[in-house]
Design a protein around this ligand. Structure first.
Ligand SMILES: NC(=O)c1ccc[n+]([C@@H]2O[C@H](COP(=O)([O-])OP(=O)(O)OC[C@H]3O[C@@H](n4cnc5c(N)ncnc54)[C@H](O)[C@@H]3O)[C@@H](O)[C@H]2O)c1
Length: 398
């Protein structure tokens, strides 16, 4: 499928690094409203640079647009692409408001186009293996999930020197204005919604712990940098998701079932190890003595230690960025292209993306919503593997 990129910044290089994993995708060209960014990207990757979005959309060979612009541009760019008859894969969030995200999904459905939003880390090898372990009943019924998206005080690091492969600076101001929850919650919300279905009720708390991030931004321009969200899924599972820029890095995930605990160390690593322990959090190795020693070492420690039975994760030769984001970013667009080609709805398509976007927006801005909050969007969990995008609903309140 022929694709084009809009937004030639930091993350666009992650997509370029992972493009060779998917030879079925052909990049026609790219556009950025910042001519320097466009030139730098085109020169580094040897790709065609379009003069404008209209110029890009006037090219009949472009079938799908990857919207990799800043979140505040997502809605306008995606809508223009849909109106131009193109399928859209957008970086997260789908839009900055629930209404705008719902509008995009409705426009796509009305035009028989597909739209989806990153992240697609749920298509990674660890997420796949975790899903299989849960469906195989390795830990019984999953009653509780603790998901961490702690990214530490990045604003105290020398982020001004951070550059992507082609030289794009890390967009600090934009990250701090958007908020770490809108930036990161989706990584685990996608996994959890994929496993346990839509969220029926949530209660979120958010706060701004560091209104001064060392940029020129006024405190009012800085988004909340901590959120703690409790979610109840349709199937009854309850989860607590924390996103923050205060506590040290922790991107672990713990699924507590009636028969055991499954843990992964890093949701940004598509091949993160998975550990299985018993319901009390203890490793039960074949050599019992080893288990007793581990238990003694672990006595009175938090349950998040890493002794446990390793669950097999499929090895993959896919290239991933050599950064903390060790994920195949192009896998989402590739799977979506595959769905379009075969006339199926994409499992992570419009309805699913809208739901994850709604949850992320409410968690990021918890102070603006009455709690508990009942999400307005729904998606149908696939009986086999597909979700009908047209099954999306976003009923208006009142
Ligand atoms: N930075 C990361 O590590 C990272 C990781 C994963 C996902 N993301 C997501 O990727 C997206 C982009 O982030 P980024 O870090 O690449 O930002 P960035 O600022 O480095 O790049 C965004 C680019 O989009 C361009 N742009 C903005 N509005 C535009 C418009 N209307 N038309 C054309 N070009 C436009 C900007 O000029 C800029 O070059 C965001 O949604 C972010 O959440 C970022």
């Amino acid at each position: 499928m022929n694709i084009a990129i809009v937004g030639c910044g930091f993350v666009a290089d992650y997509y370029m690094t992972t493009l060779p994993n998917h030879p079925e995708l052909r990049l026609v060209g790219a556009f950025d409203r910042d001519p320097d960014a466009a030139r730098r990207f085109a020169a580094f990757h040897g790709v065609r640079s379009f003069d404008s979005l209209d110029d890009l959309l006037a090219n009949p060979s472009v079938e799908m647009v990857l919207n990799l612009t800043n979140p505040s541009s997502h809605y306008a760019v995606s809508r223009a692409c849909l109106e131009g008859g193109r399928h859209v894969y957008c970086e997260k969030p789908l839009a900055m408001t629930i209404e705008d995200a719902g509008d995009l999904v409705a426009v796509a459905a009305a035009r028989n186009l597909q739209i989806a939003s990153a992240p697609s880390s749920v298509l990674g090898e660890t997420a796949e293996a975790l899903g299989e372990a849960v469906r195989d009943g390795r830990i019984g019924d999953v009653r509780l999930v603790y998901a961490e998206m702690e990214d530490s005080m990045v604003f105290r690091e020398s982020y001004r020197s951070w550059r992507s492969a082609s030289g794009a600076p890390w967009p600090a101001e934009d990250e701090f204005a958007t908020g770490c929850t809108l930036e990161h919650a989706g990584y685990y919300l996608t996994w959890l919604c994929d496993l346990f279905g839509p969220v029926v009720e949530m209660t979120a708390f958010a706060a701004k712990l560091f209104p001064d991030k060392g940029t020129e931004q006024a405190p009012s321009e800085i988004a909340n940098d901590l959120s703690v969200t409790c979610l109840r899924f349709a199937g009854g599972t309850v989860a607590r998701l924390t996103c923050g820029l205060a506590a040290p890095v922790d991107r672990s995930l713990h699924l507590v079932g009636t028969q055991g605990v499954l843990s992964i160390t890093d949701g940004w690593n598509a091949q993160s190890p998975i550990y299985l322990r018993d319901h009390a959090g203890h490793w039960q190795p074949r050599w019992r003595l080893l288990g007793r020693i581990a238990r003694r070492l672990e006595r009175n420690r938090p349950f998040r230690h890493w002794f446990g039975q390793r669950i097999g994760v499929r090895r993959s030769a896919a290239s991933v960025p050599e950064t903390s984001s060790r994920m195949d970013f192009m896998r989402g667009p590739a799977r979506m292209a595959d769905s379009i080609r075969s006339g199926r709805s994409f499992r992570l398509g419009g309805a699913f993306s809208l739901h994850v976007t709604e949850l992320s927006i409410v968690a990021q801005n918890a102070d603006r919503f009455a709690m508990p909050y009942r999400p307005r969007s729904r998606f149908e969990q696939p009986a086999s593997e597909t979700i009908s995008q047209n099954a999306c609903t976003l009923p208006r309140h009142g």
